[in-house]
Ligand binder design. Structure first.
Ligand code: NAD
Length: 478
């Protein structure tokens, strides 16, 4: 990996620098800028779990950045690199992200300093339940106060353990399931949550490519079809994004960067097959049908149209920002570009679709899941058949017309089937996500194009988000 040079700010400082850049262009009441920027509180816990005949001590964090809306929301990350600075940076990004996509939450984030690959499933369950216990008893997991979700190194399985732990400790809470999102469908989850962040990346790019003016700013033209894309990290976010872009939008995934190297094929890689290989072998090493590159991070600077860092923070930094060739960079990971690299890339005319917007698909669908849990009913359950019955009336009338007009006019063969089908939960979730990503992009775009002093989408996104958080504080009388 391209390690960030020592003279770079930390992740949290980097987020703050980006915040400051936007706040300097706003007219905030004295002191409010500082109030919004700082992290309200970070809880650190050290707990022991007996494993393999001895007690192991683990360190975990839950940072609450802003409580201008409650509950606060943000994932739980399992990684050996987790520390207080990282969770505070990620919590801050959650505040701005939720504001930008109008998910009614404050920002939070948690992390456990652990390499999950070193433990088996049973051990991970013991560790997760114990960590959850520590957070639950302090209301740092709670349906009305703090609602975690998956992040790097965690997924549906861990969320199901957390939800069950909460239910055991709150046996009469009818809303217990809403204490965490990203659960499996059979444990109160929602259709489309696993793919949500990758799906959001696809919707973000589709929306960007709907605006030829914006596409031209990146010195690109046309649509997504045939665009050469390099993705770093084929985990939850990177895999789904790469699959949808290649299978549904005709993009060519020419490079995939993982921990153990990179694969490169100018004709486009088969994302499904690479992912299968990765899951089976724990890495991409040995994958047969592509050129492999041992220094994976070097591929970040390879020629392509769109670069999608979807692994971890700080990978594009002062050491490689001058070499990046991609014209458009979409931050699917949180904080993949340091503040210094951001300055360099902007000067070089690169267009960056920023993390606070680009990966907001996860929290958007988490919001839908939380609402589903609180309403105790699947989306679409009440109206689906009624919708179908009403559509049937229209189809009957059209068929009558079809008979009357003979050869002059007839129904398109697939119309009836498509029109009759009422939307199920997955379709409603996708539609809600698509709408959210479009509207959020347009709100950033308005500032980007509408103000001479705003030259990039990140600053525009921060301005929209900070303004909304400021309004919430004002409404609360602060
Ligand atoms: P994940 O654990 O599912 O996947 C991460 C992938 O990155 C893994 O395949 C891992 O092997 C790879 N990776 C790790 N270190 C790497 C390195 N040095 N070089 C190349 N590849 C490396 O995690 P995820 O949930 O996909 O999260 C990825 C990023 O997206 C994180 O920044 C996370 O905060 C962000 N994010 C995730 C979600 C979500 O819903 N899961 C939502 C918003 C943002």
């Amino acid at each position: 990996m391209c390690a960030a040079p020592l003279n770079e700010p930390t992740f949290r400082q980097s987020v703050d620098l980006m915040f400051n850049r936007a706040a300097a262009l706003m007219d905030l009441p004295p002191g409010l800028e500082q109030k919004i920027r700082v992290c309200n509180a970070t809880y650190t816990v050290r707990f022991g779990v007996r494993l393999r005949g001895q007690i192991h001590t683990f360190t975990g964090y839950r940072a609450v950045h802003s409580e201008h809306m409650e509950p606060v929301k943000g994932g739980i990350r399992y990684s050996a690199a987790v520390d207080q600075d990282e969770v505070e940076a990620l919590a801050a990004l959650m505040t701005y992200k939720c504001a930008l996509v109008e998910a009614p939450f404050g920002g939070s984030k948690g992390g456990l300093c652990i390499d999950p690959r070193e433990y088996d499933e049973h051990e991970l369950e013991l560790i997760t339940r114990r960590f959850a216990y520590e957070l639950i008893k302090r209301d740092l997991i709670n349906p009305s106060q703090n609602v975690p979700a998956p992040d790097m190194g965690t997924g549906e399985r861990e969320m199901a353990w957390i939800a069950d732990q909460f239910a055991r400790m709150n046996t009469t809470d009818i809303n217990a399931r809403a204490c965490v999102t990203g659960k499996p469908l059979n444990a109160g989850g929602i259709a489309g949550r696993v793919e949500a962040t990758g799906r959001g990346v696809q919707y973000a790019l589709r929306e960007f490519f709907r605006h030829p003016e914006d596409v031209a700013k990146a010195e690109l033209s046309g649509g997504l079809d045939g665009k050469r894309v390099i993705v770093q990290g084929l985990g939850n976010v990177g895999y789904h994004a790469a699959r949808f872009l290649s299978e549904e939008d005709g993009a060519l995934i020419t490079g995939i960067i993982e921990r153990d190297g990179a694969l490169y094929d100018p004709k486009g890689l088969d994302v499904g097959r690479v992912h299968e290989w990765l899951v089976r072998h724990g890495g991409i090493t040995g994958y047969p049908d592509a050129n492999s590159v041992a220094d994976g991070a070097a591929v970040l600077a390879a020629e392509c149209d769109i670069l999608i860092p979807a692994a971890l923070e700080g990978v594009i930094n002062l050491s490689n920002a001058h070499d990046i060739q991609a014209k458009l960079i979409l931050e699917a990971a949180n904080g993949p570009i340091t503040a210094g690299a951001d300055d360099i890339l902007r000067t070089r005319g690169k267009v960056i679709i920023p993390d606070l917007y680009a990966n907001a698909g996860g929290v958007t669908v988490s919001y839908f899941e939380w609402v589903k849990n609180l309403s105790h009913i699947r989306f679409g359950r009440m109206q689906r058949r009624q919708e179908e019955a009403r559509h049937q009336l229209v189809v009957d009338e059209l068929q009558r017309l079809d008979l009357m007009l003979g050869d002059a006019w007839s129904l398109t063969p697939s119309f009836k089937e498509k029109y009759l089908r009422g939307a199920d939960e997955l379709e409603l979730v996708r539609s809600g996500l698509d709408d959210t990503m479009r509207i959020a992009y347009q709100s950033m775009r308005e500032v980007w194009h509408g103000r001479d002093d705003v030259t990039d989408l990140r600053t525009a996104g921060f301005i929209v988000a900070i303004d909304r958080v400021a309004r919430s504080y004002r409404a609360k009388g602060l």
